[in-house]
Design a protein around this ligand. Structure first.
Ligand code: Z5A
Length: 212
């Protein structure tokens, strides 16, 4: 059996990652492919426990180094227990956020060195990278409108950080996409849900062409 494909969705809050993950999974299943959808932080019982520690509003919060270690620990469990086994079974794994979120948030936003983050990733997850990373980009205004509609005044510990932090995150994502154009596809997420979905299908077309 040929190994499956690993696709991550990245971008800021409200970009539409969860919505597009569901639509993509449906489209791949309709082609007869085995699909697993998952998310970070989380995806396994242990990683979901770490998610509560990271995003819950109890306690004092974490410094960027502690955050990066917790995300790496959650990811290690997720990769070993869910992602690698699913890929070995030939499944397509669609993951809502992965390593590039740590690079963008704890690196771009929090000031950690990218090489250090990748070293943690090599230790925790043996350096696994997606075959394709869909970076969904939206303007800060569109993000604010969508999040106000969905969440009102509520935000998690990281989502609630200031506009400067989120601008650094967005420009870090853009930098990574420019540095690795073969792995990343940049998707304009400002328009209608179906328009974004069509761009994602177009980005996947070369991979699907080579899939029996
Ligand atoms: N984090 C980190 O710091 N380091 C890491 O390594 C990792 C994560 C892995 C996880 O939050 C937080 O952890 C996140 C980064 C940090 N914090 N921030 N910021 P999460 O998992 O709770 O949330 P999220 O990943 O940021 O996702 P989200 O806010 O749920 O957004 P989304 O998944 O991209 O969007 P959505 O849920 O699909 O859509 C949002 C709303 O907009 C919803 O009501 C939709 O119906 C609507 N929507 C979606 N698309 C459209 C279009 N095209 N038009 C109109 N409305 C739309």
């Amino acid at each position: 059996m040929s190994p499956g494909k690993f696709i991550s969705l990245e971008g800021g809050e409200g970009a539409g990652k969860s919505t597009q993950s569901r639509l993509l999974a449906d489209a791949l299943r309709a082609r007869g492919l085995g699909v697993v959808t998952t998310r970070e932080p989380g995806g396994t019982p242990g990683a979901e426990r770490i998610r509560e520690l990271l995003l819950g509003l109890d306690g004092e919060g974490w410094n960027p180094r502690a955050e990066a270690l917790l995300f790496a620990a959650a990811r290690s469990d997720h990769v070993e227990r869910l992602i690698r086994p699913a890929l070995a079974e030939g499944k397509w794994v669609i993951c809502d956020r992965f390593i590039d979120s740590t690079r963008a948030y704890q690196g771009g936003g929090g000031g950690l060195d990218d090489e250090d983050i990748m070293t943690l990733h090599r230790i925790g997850s043996r350096g696994l990278l997606p075959n394709l990373t869909l970076l969904i980009e939206i303007s800060p205004q569109v993000a604010a409108e969508r999040l106000a509609r969905r969440d009102g005044d509520e935000a998690d510990r990281i989502g609630g950080r200031g506009a400067d932090y989120h601008a650094r995150v967005a420009s870090a994502f853009e930098r990574f996409a420019k540095a690795e154009p073969m792995r990343f596809a940049r998707i304009d997420g400002n328009g209608a849900i179906e328009h974004t979905h069509q761009q994602i299908l177009a980005a996947l077309a070369p991979m699907l062409e080579h899939t029996p």
